[in-house]
Design a protein around this ligand. Structure first.
Ligand SMILES: [Zn+2]
Length: 1004
């Protein structure tokens, strides 16, 4: 699954529905649909009965609910009695502890006798094959189905427990196997909604080693919510068209049919879809036979799938058209989308790279693609950027359709990486599947890592894995994982509600960073052999992290290297955070250094506040690569393993004038600190001749030094001294690392009295490069993707720094470009810098410009342009306008739902809007929480966005008070308190030191 990503400030392409911006209204057919549904004249008898049955089913479920509530009330009374009794026992001298263990024993007994109470499915049955037949009614958005599940009994049981959620279950029959064929008598059947399961209790036990068949019929809605089997719409030739598609990951297959909805329960599937023949249907496998009915209905029978999990099963019913291509090995690749987009060729780019990528992965993994076809489906609305369903991957249109003439470079890059990600999952995730969601990072970390490797295959000059990976993945996730409120990458989860939670940046980005570290330690060819062995051994099955570690250890062993990968990796995956490695020269011993490790946290006080969490055991096995160098030369890298808290090592050929550099090319997931003398030598080296140090390490030094100073590991002048070399820096990556760090610092400083000391210092470092690179001319062609990418990105980065820190020339240029647009009504601003120009114009020019941009926001239909215009509106220094924008966003449908949060966050980024956004957030919390609380990421993105700027004691107590009064428990709130606490702490301890150096700096 690919999540929304942000690459760089102001460069965001969040998903948006294009035509259909209607809010999901929960379940049922809301009124709005009654009017907007395209009326189809054919209403068969069957549909009417479905409707009646639904109504009847609803009435029955209400009655059931009343009955269940009554029973629950009675039971509740009984449970109360039980707990009173246990309190009495405790008071009578029995220790509470033994009572607790007795209680938990009785819970276990209860789960044994009532297995549906357990949050995981009981392991007594295993599905082998599903026959699933569905009839899909697009005119009233319902479907009915029949599933036949062949199960094998593992341990004897009287209960069949499987997942079912929001389904109207009708008939259930259980057949015994061939030895004694016949129908098994059912004692009772019932739902247990707490665990989203359905239970069939039999009179007789099912016996081990025998197989049974479960037959269930059911009905349900095609939801107006982006989960399970859901609908969405688009407009073609002025007419609204509908489509229905599935999103089952991680726990929503159970909303479309009763099934064993955990990844470990792999089975084969045979799917049939019956629908109006004006639609076509797709599923993981190709259609085997297609039968037309007389009444204009068609039934597509799809070929049997290989063994697979439920979460990447998929189907779709739509009016799309397609283009196709074939790989050399004969795999058919089709891209399906709305007819006008396909005709325009918007899908051609994705289709072509998919063909190349399938061949790339087949060669890299040395494992063939498993299915005869791969369909890519471009849908107008989807909860994620994309989903890797095996043979039928689904993408939101903005991540797969491309108009080469108008799409910017970053749009193309983002889209490419999403496609690379999903194709990787056809092996990592689909062919070999994690045993359980705690190891979701195994598939997501790999797919995220391969985004960079696969994109390098397509565009070798982009140099993604060696460069962009550092700023976009490594530096990004180390910010998050450096918090005391972080969590280990492998985290235990049980309940369906918690499973969404494990899909976070720690799983994706830290996963990718750890895999990259391991690949570098092992060496490319050994790494590839280990992966091949892992895939070959576990194909069509499941695997846990230890299975991968074992394969890697074996691959190393064959090379004569004894490294226990499990032992190494356990300390990286089971502990949260990462170490800072400090290398200092040992003055008393020649050629010798002392190397120590400790857990890096931004808020050092957290360690004393929570000694329980930060007990002595936080220690890592660190593959530390290093080189030594002098003004003209750097030694080849060596590697040492650091596993103790402090170690002493001898470094040959080291003398006074030589510097030492650790973590070569930043392949390791840790920070490196040095003694001050070594920092001085490195700074001198950068000033004199930066290219002796690699591009990756220059970016790495910048990111490390700013973050070490921020957390108090280094004096505040060191980062300022290091960026003094920037005028010599000609590469994009170190500039990108520097600007990311400077914006972080800017958030801390922009309300301080002496702010101009800081902004002047930054401007001075930027000025010469700004003048050298200048502005892109309006005719620059964004489709030139290869050679000029680095230069264009660098130019953009420097322009953004110049304009946002107040370079007068940059301001004048932006104003001139906007004025030209207004007077000529022709937009000649190069797409690559439009966000910078719009924002600068709105912040410096009068209200009319704001109104002009607001008008353009309404009139443009290009999705990416709309987004840039909206964000520009948040740059105004007029609080009246900002307030108006906030209110319009939330209360009108002028701003698409997904963008409301971005508006609030961007207002908060504007120093003039900060207080406003923070107050607005608190006042509207109830509305915001009810609207976005369930949506993955939205909530934490919002909470982080409006709080990360807070940095005074008063604001910290306001935040705490708000959390207390609103009852907020989200992990994002704990993170916010920690970040704001660290901000306050930085001001208390370091602000003076920081400005003192700037005041004295001879460079000013
Ligand atoms: Zn993914």
């Amino acid at each position: 699954m690919a999540l929304e990503d942000k690459r760089g400030k102001g460069l965001s392409f969040t998903q948006m529905g294009i035509e259909d911006n209607s809010m999901s209204n929960g379940r049922g057919l809301p009124d709005q649909w009654a009017d907007t549904v395209v009326v189809r004249p054919r209403t068969t008898e069957r549909h009417i009965t479905v409707h009646k049955r639904l109504v009847l089913g609803f009435a029955v479920s209400i009655l059931t609910l009343i009955a269940v509530t009554a029973v629950a009330v009675l039971l509740g009374v009984r449970f109360d009695e039980c707990s009173t009794e246990s309190v009495h026992r405790a008071a009578n001298g029995t220790s509470t502890k033994s009572n607790q263990s007795r209680d938990s024993q009785s819970n276990h007994r209860e789960e044994d006798t009532q297995p549906w109470r357990h949050v995981r499915l009981p392991a007594s049955l295993r599905p082998r094959h599903y026959d699933l037949k569905l009839s899909v009614y697009m005119d009233n958005f319902t479907f009915s189905g029949e599933v036949n599940i062949e199960v094998e009994c593992i341990t004897s049981t009287r209960f069949i427990v499987l997942h079912a959620d929001r389904l109207e279950l009708e008939k259930a029959v259980v057949y015994s196997d061939s030895k004694k064929p016949g129908v098994m008598r059912i004692n009772r059947r019932f739902s247990y909604p707490a665990n989203q399961v359905y239970v069939i209790a039999l009179h007789r036990e099912l016996k081990p080693l025998r197989t049974y068949k479960i037959n269930i019929t059911f009905e349900a809605q095609i939801e107006n919510e982006l989960l399970g089997f859901f609908r969405s719409s688009y407009v073609l030739n002025g007419e609204k068209r509908f489509l229905a598609v599935t999103q089952f990951s991680p726990t929503h297959a159970r909303k479309a049919f009763p099934c064993f909805d955990e990844p470990i329960y792999k089975a084969t599937f045979k799917i049939s879809l019956k629908h109006d023949s004006t639609y076509l249907s797709l599923s993981n496998m190709p259609v085997e036979t297609s039968l037309m009915d007389e009444d204009g209905w068609v039934t597509n029978h799809f070929a049997r799938t290989p063994r697979m999990s439920t979460y990447y099963l998929a189907w779709a019913v739509c009016n799309f058209t397609y283009k196709e291509t074939f790989t050399e090995s004969g795999v058919v690749i089709r891209l399906y989308g709305r007819p006008n987009a396909i005709q325009r060729g918007s899908g051609d780019y994705a289709l072509q790279i998919t063909k190349r990528l399938l061949q790339f992965y087949e060669e890299y993994f040395k494992v063939k693609y498993s299915l005869p076809k791969l369909d890519l489906l471009a849908v107008p609305k989807h909860p994620y950027a994309a989903m890797e369903n095996w043979g039928l991957s689904v993408f939101v249109e903005q991540k797969i359709l491309l108009e080469p003439e108008v799409s910017s470079f970053s749009y193309l890059m983002e889209l490419t990486m999403v496609v690379v990600h999903e194709i990787c999952h056809q092996w990592f995730g689909d062919l070999v599947t994690p045993v359980w969601w705690e190891d979701v990072w195994l598939k997501e970390g790999f797919a995220h890592f391969f985004e960079y490797v696969g994109t390098d295959f397509l565009f070798p000059k982009w140099n993604m894995e060696k460069q962009r990976f550092l700023t976009d993945v490594l530096h990004e996730v180390m910010l998050l994982d450096g918090l005391a409120s972080s969590h280990p990458i492998s985290q235990e989860v049980f309940q369906a509600a918690d499973i969404d939670r494990v899909f976070d940046w720690i799983a994706y980005k830290k996963g990718a960073a750890l895999i990259r570290m391991l690949a570098n330690v092992m060496g490319q060819s050994v790494f590839q052999r280990g992966l091949n062995d892992y895939l070959m051994t576990h194909m069509y099955g499941n695997a846990a992290r230890d299975d991968l570690w074992n394969k890697f250890s074996e691959a190393l062993q064959r090379e004569g290297k004894e490294i226990n990968i499990k032992e190494v990796m356990d300390c990286w995956t089971l502990q949260m955070g990462y170490p800072v490695v400090t290398i200092s020269k040992n003055d008393s011993l020649d050629n010798s250094v002392i190397i120590s490790q400790e857990h890096f946290v931004y808020d050092a006080d957290a360690k004393t506040r929570n000694p329980g969490v930060f007990k002595a055991s936080f220690q890592w096995q660190i593959p530390l690569s290093f080189s030594i160098g002098n003004s003209t030369h750097i030694s080849p890298e060596s590697i040492i393993w650091i596993s103790n808290r402090t170690e002493s090592h001898k470094i040959s050929l080291m003398d006074e004038s030589m510097w030492l550099l650790g973590n070569i090319n930043q392949t390791g997931y840790f920070r490196v600190n040095y003694d001050l003398q070594n920092w001085k030598l490195l700074i001198k080296q950068l000033l004199k001749n930066p290219t002796v140090i690699s591009v990756g390490n220059r970016a790495g030094l910048i990111d490390d030094v700013f973050n070490l100073a921020r957390a108090g590991y280094l004096p505040q002048n060191i980062p300022l001294e290091i960026i003094h070399y920037l005028p010599q820096e000609k590469e994009f990556l170190p500039w990108h690392a520097a600007s990311r760090s400077l914006y972080q610092l800017d958030k801390l400083l922009d309300r301080t009295e002496e702010y101009s000391l800081f902004s002047d210092y930054v401007l001075k470092q930027v000025a010469s490069m700004y003048h050298r690179l200048g502005w892109p001319n309006s005719s620059s062609d964004s489709s030139v993707m290869q050679a000029v990418y680095q230069t264009e990105q660098l130019q953009r980065e420097v322009l953004m720094l110049a304009c946002s820190f107040g370079n007068k020339h940059c301001h004048r240029q932006a104003i001139a470009l906007i004025s030209d647009w207004i007077s000529s009504n022709k937009n000649r601003i190069p797409p690559n810098v439009r966000d910078i120009v719009y924002c600068t114009g709105v912040s410096l020019m009068d209200e009319d410009v704001w109104e002009f941009i607001w008008m353009k926001f309404h009139s443009t239909s290009a999705v990416s342009e709309k987004k840039v215009l909206l964000e520009a509106l948040t740059c105004s220094d007029n609080t009246y306008l900002l307030n108006r924008l906030l209110n319009l966003s939330l209360t009108s449908d002028l701003v698409p739902d997904q963008d409301v949060i971005d508006v609030i966050i961007h207002v908060g980024r504007n120093p003039h809007g900060r207080q406003l956004a923070w107050r607005y957030f608190r006042e509207k919390w109830d509305i915001l929480n009810s609207r976005y609380g369930e949506a993955l990421f939205m909530n934490s993105k919002l909470i982080n966005g409006v709080t990360e700027f807070l940095n005074t004691e008063t604001e910290l107590s306001e935040l705490k008070e708000f959390i207390r009064s609103s009852g907020g428990v989200a992990a994002a709130f704990a993170r916010a308190v920690e970040i704001v606490g660290a901000n306050v702490r930085w001001h208390r301890l370091y602000e003076q030191q920081f400005y003192q150096w700037l005041r004295k700096s001879p460079n000013l």
